[in-house]
Each structure stands twice: as structure tokens, then as C-alpha cells.
Design a protein around this ligand. Sequence first.
Ligand SMILES: *Cc1c(COP(=O)(O)O)cnc(C)c1O
Length: 386
Amino acid sequence: MENLSVIKFIRNLYQTNSNIPLHAPIFYEKEKSYVAEVIDSTFVSSVGRYVDEFERRIEAFTGAEKAIATVNGTAALHTALYLAGVADGDLVLTQALTFVATCNAIRYLGADPIFIDISMDSLGMCPVALEEYLEQNAYTNDKGCFHKLNDRAIKAILPMHTFGHPVDLDSLVATCNKWGLTLIEDAAESLGSFYKGIHTGLHGDFSAISFNGNKIITTGGGGMLLCNRVAMQERAKHITTTAKVAHSYEYYHDELAFNYRMPNLNAALGCAQIDSLQKIIADKREIASCYEAFFENSNLNFVSEPKYAKSNYWLNAVIFPNKVARDVFLNETNQNGIFTRPVWRLMNELPMFSQSLKGPLNNSEYIQDRLVNLPSSSRNLQKDTE
Ligand SMILES: *Cc1c(COP(=O)(O)O)cnc(C)c1O
């Protein structure tokens, strides 16, 4: 397929001759009025009604029992791992193909990631590779699950729903149960994505959503911790709000905790954004089906949602036959103002994680060399800004 025909197709999809970003936020009418109302009220920070309202709206949308708004998705992941009991010297199984925040959050607690390969169906953690790694490298006793090499505790698995496509959660849950591991989902990219009819982020004990500016909806910066372990729900909120004991004027904090609460100003933006979420997802699924039809008879492989899932198609992607063709495409599209991007560098290739343990990473390496993300913004943006 000629790169020029792809460029024409994307320009036609977005109906513009200006630069086309990879993913831009989209705002309708309510955002300005909600944010203005918060400024007028002076409650821009840690007090105000929008934080609670945004949490309840996310609960209603996802079906989660307890959602806790945080300053960003990384903070939600950090808190999730902390609540799961991940501590100094522990190990957490995760993906090499992910955004760096997944692994940073593990390291913040003094723990280390172990990298497991991805499945080509979801581009997220492969349940077969996970099971094989544990069979070869782990043992369990009455104290938990440990690594044969160094006897360090393996505490949790942290899969990530890549570009919004859900991982095979049933299989991962089965492995967690078998080995006594806690499941935490990095659902940063998958708000609006469902696994067998259930929203992502509900199978794990904990999960994290992101509302960064490039995500499906945004609060400027922000995140949400979903706490599905009932006994932890009160403590989860407590730990993100400096463990302050409620009192009308006294300052008493009963444990070491984080100052991770989302400000009311950001939550106001979130409440306005979530009103448009269904509309945004519908448009993104429409964009994905246009791409899919366009690439059907080409030598490029469009990344579709796994059979068991309904994806938000946060970022669309194609896989090239080889790295050379991919690099030519990246150059030509970016020179033409179409901001395509390669996938992230694998975590095991970054200096801070180069010493981490890992299983075979054949699929991750294959994808690293060949995948390109295509412009995926919801389209009404162009109508609004032009
Ligand atoms: C966006 C993202 C996060 C969290 O990002 P924040 O910018 O901290 O909100 C975490 N993991 C993945 C995979 C992400 O894409």
C-alpha cells in the first residue's frame, strides 16, 4: 500500500489540511461553565462537590463499587500496589510493552517488575506466557509465592489493557488464584472498554484509570483508583487523602499516607467530560471501523479488538511487515503533518529496568519494531476548533 494513499485517507477521515495530532482532547459546552463555577466558588482545591460527583459518575459508568479520584493515573497505580501489600524487595509480573508509568509505580515501592510477553490478540499480557513463566520460575508455600532464583516474594500481576484492548482477564484471574497472586489492572487506557460485558478494571482487586490530556476523556491531569476489595475501600480513600481523621478543625493523621486527592477544579472538568463519554466512544469505534475497512486489503495489519471484548479503540494501530517499511511510513506521515507514532520502547530496554527479570519477549519485540499508532482523536474536535 502506498503511504500517500494512507495520508489521503487520514486527511479525509479528519476533513482537514492542518496538522493532525495523534490524540487531542475534545470539549463541548459544559466544561467551561463547570470550571468557571468552581473558580467563582473559590473551592478549586481539596474541598468541593465535584470530586465526589466525579467518583460517583465513574462508579455508575463502570459498575465499580468504589472509585477514588487521584491526581493522576500513576498515583492511582502507586496506591493500588501499596494497598495490595507490594513492598521493598517484592516482585510484580507485568508487561515490557507498556507506558513507563506501570513500571515506575512498582519501583516507587522498592519492588521490581518481571516482564512477561504480550499476546498478539490483545497486545496485553499473554496468559500462556505468564503461566509458563511461573511454572518454570516460581514456587509456593504457606507464606505465598516466591521466585526460585532469589526467593523474593512475587506479590501481584499488573497487566495493561493496551490502547484500550482488554487482556484475557478470565485466564489471568485463574492464574492468580492458582498461585495466590493479587490482580491489579492498569486500565489507564481502557475507560469504556468491556471484557465479556464487564468493564475493564473490575476483575482485579484494584485498578487504575488515567485522565491525562491524551486519554479518552481528560481532567487536565487526573486518575481514578477502582477498589474492588470491599474490606479495603475505606482505607483506600483514607490513604490518598493524607490519612486525615475527619474532624471539623483538628489535624490528626493516623498513618503515613499520600496527598493524591484530585483537586475540585480538575474533577469539574471530569464531570463535564463524562457527559460526552458515550458519544466519544461511539465516534472512536466508528473511526476504528473506517481504518479497519481501509486496511483490509493491504499488507498492513490493523489491530482489532479481541473476540471477547468491546474496546474503546483509544489508539488505533497498524502492524507493518518489517521495521524498514515502518520507519519510512513514520517519516512520511510526520513530514506531512500527520502525527503517527511508534509504540513505546520496551521497558527492559530502559536504563532503570534493564536489570529486571524477564521471560521470552518475542511478541513484544516483534511489535516494538513494526507497530504504528494512527491519529485517533474523536472527530467533533475539528468541527469545534475550525
Ligand atoms: C496514561 C497511562 C498511565 C498513567 O498516566 P498518568 O499520566 O499518570 O495519568 C499509566 N499507564 C498507562 C499504560 C498509561 O497509558
